[in-house]
Design a protein around this ligand. Structure first.
Ligand SMILES: [Zn+2]
Length: 288
């Protein structure tokens, strides 16, 4: 028995050696491939490497500060009366250069109002800013009027109240759309789990700890999307949130509007893909 085993080993020695070198070279190839895929992931999947965010429509910006004429705000109040969709964004961190963004969403060109967070507005200017918010929140102008926000409305109202710009009361029956919540529902429905993902449950497409899909970064049920990730995962674009300035806040407001439109129109995966290609062409064109 022992001798037959020995003979078997001797007989198969050559095959064994060549087999071991085969395994080694296979291992090397695997390692090379995995290293290059790590490098590829690093270079391809950093948000900073993505092309910049492109808003859906063009917009005209109005910066409101202590020197703004009340007449300008009056003009914006008239525009707000004609508008039935808005997006409001306030930077929660509240830097020194804090601002409150309101987008008056119109089909051809939107109005982007950026109000400096200041307690130094004159009484007259303060009154006009207050009036602007009253018009925006007053559902009597348009019964189907909506305001898009990202997250909790209480946080926004607290900031508006702290700068004496607006106090909310229960008579405002306007529809507030929390785009952050709705985005999660739309995204999970549109970008399903991979077929080999362990998180797949019958009848319930949720985020969970068993999920191994790289396109679904949320791994717990109550986790919420950050705006820059929502833009990166949906449109493959970089929102440049690291810049803590008014322009970055304006882009965040526009980003909420883009996501709100996608959700409202219930875009499919194919539509998103088509849009990404359209934007890539635009980016190439912009670089020329
Ligand atoms: Zn998954």
């Amino acid at each position: 028995m022992l001798s037959s085993s020995l003979i078997y080993i001797i007989l198969n020695r050559n095959e064994f050696i060549s087999g071991s070198s085969l395994i080694k070279s296979f291992e090397n190839r695997l390692l090379k491939r995995s290293l290059s895929s790590i490098n590829e992931t690093k270079t391809n999947k950093e948000i900073i490497d993505l092309p910049s965010f492109i808003p859906f429509t063009s917009f005209r910006t109005y910066h409101i500060d202590e020197l703004t004429s009340p007449l300008t705000i009056n003009e914006l109040i008239q525009e707000a009366k004609e508008t039935n969709k808005f997006t409001i964004f306030c930077d929660q961190d509240h830097s020194i250069q804090g601002s409150i963004q309101i987008q008056l969403i119109q089909s051809t060109q939107s109005y982007m109002i950026s109000i400096k967070s200041s307690l130094d507005f004159s009484t007259l200017l303060c009154h006009h800013i207050h009036q602007l918010f009253v018009v925006i929140f007053d559902h009597h102008h348009h019964t189907n009027r909506i305001i898009n926000i990202w997250g909790n409305m209480d946080d926004i109202l607290r900031i508006l109240n702290s700068y004496d710009m607006f106090s909310y009361n229960m008579n405002y029956l306007i529809d507030i759309i929390d785009v952050q919540q709705r985005f999660k529902q739309w995204y999970n429905k549109t970008f399903d789990h991979n077929i080999d993902c362990k998180q797949i449950l019958d009848y319930h497409n949720i985020d969970g700890p068993l999920c191994s899909c790289s396109h679904r970064p949320l791994k717990t049920l109550n986790e919420q999307w950050r705006l820059e990730y929502a833009i990166a995962y949906t449109f493959s674009q970089n929102l440049n949130v690291k810049n803590d300035d008014i322009d970055a806040n304006i882009h965040k407001c526009l980003a909420i509007t883009s996501l709100a439109s996608v959700i409202e129109q219930q875009w499919t995966r194919k539509q998103i893909k088509g849009y990404i290609w359209k934007c890539r062409r635009q980016h190439v064109f912009m670089k020329l």
